[in-house]
Design a binder for this molecule. Sequence first.
Ligand code: CTP
Ligand code: MG
Length: 178
Amino acid sequence: MILESAIVIFYILIPAFLPNNIAVIAGGGRPVDGNKKWRENRILGDGKTWRGTIIGALGGLLAGLILNGIQPLLVEFYSFPIFSASALIGLSAGAMIGDIIASFIKRRLDKERGSAFPGLDQLDFLIGAFTLSYIMDSSWLMASISKEMILIAFIITPILHISTNRIGYKLGFKEEPW
Ligand code: CTP
Ligand code: MG
């Protein structure tokens, strides 16, 4: 039961997990905040770029469309849902927005770009994805995920995030191992 829930919530969150990782590879160029400061610090900082944000969100969206294409084969094994278009936008764009809000908070707390903020760094995109997918298509979200799955998501996401970031750092994509 728990294993099945973990597998299904992992599947559902693929469009929310991928954007941040894609952004690390695709990022660069113009920062989202246009280099502007608010009070002493940058609004968001150089770690949030238009290219990373847009390609990251589109990558998550595309992954969800591919999953929808193979869902008829996979559903024989586990009860994976079909993503609605608005839920997919909510999951992928929500993940990027959550990560951007976290940078905004970090800058307000005088934390430099790239500094670690344990807890926030690992969960910002998950909270953003759940919130925006709820706003975009609450009936899809309520029908597709249980409370147990939300709990599992909050436990597995930090573990996955820390391990993929370590791999990204070792491979030279990421500047910091967190
Ligand atoms: N990135 C990007 N656009 C985003 C998110 C990430 O271009 N919307 C890229 C940037 O190159 C960034 C890297 O991915 O440096 C790692 O992302 P993240 O850890 O979220 O940013 P940090 O550089 O650590 O900055 P911050 O302290 O603001 O989180
Ligand atoms: Mg970081």
